[in-house]
Design a protein around this ligand. Sequence first.
Ligand code: C2E
Ligand code: C2E
Ligand code: C2E
Length: 91
Amino acid sequence: PLPVEQAEKIVLNLEALYDHPDPELEHVAKLARSIQQRRGDYNGRILSIRADDLYTLAVVYSTTPSGLIEKLEDFGVLVHDLQAFFASDGE
Ligand code: C2E
Ligand code: C2E
Ligand code: C2E
């Protein structure tokens, strides 16, 4: 289980993720596509993912969940403030 300070929902910016050229993000993009498919959630610009899936993905990257969050942060593919995100209309 994740420590309390990481209990914030993990929300991916799908456009940023799918357009990012870095091949290191390939596994994250693959997971996001698979989750979209399973949920039938194709039209969203963002995707909330399960803490459990983040944990598994961290194993793939040989890091911890918080290490992976930092990595995603550096790549700029996380959304923190949904209100601000939708207010800026994706710019
Ligand atoms: P499931 O795990 O049996 O979940 C059935 C339905 O319960 C989901 O249908 C969704 O409407 C709801 N649900 C379950 N957990 C949550 C949650 O934490 N938050 C919300 N908002 N709703 C939840 P849905 O979305 O059509 O997904 C169908 C199946 O696809 C799920 O069945 C699960 O097996 C898989 N799936 C969907 N998203 C994920 C995911 O992010 N990770 C994993 N591992 N499986 C997923
Ligand atoms: P929230 O979870 O903070 O999500 C805010 C908005 O971000 C959502 O507005 C939706 O437009 C977008 N969003 C978040 N996660 C996803 C995602 O995985 N896929 C897509 N396509 N969009 C996403 P929305 O739909 O009007 O929902 C407003 C609030 O209502 C949500 O806030 C959440 O608190 C609640 N909510 C909506 N649907 C569910 C649900 O199925 N289960 C639960 N537990 N809460 C829900
Ligand atoms: P959320 O819908 O706001 O749910 C927050 C947390 O409540 C989830 O964190 C999970 O611990 C618990 N939860 C909510 N619904 C269910 C459920 O049906 N079954 C179980 N066992 N637990 C539930 P978690 O798993 O880290 O998920 C984070 C967010 O990812 C969810 O926020 C939701 O936006 C999205 N999500 C996760 N799984 C699914 C899914 O199967 N379908 C959809 N549509 N969204 C999902």
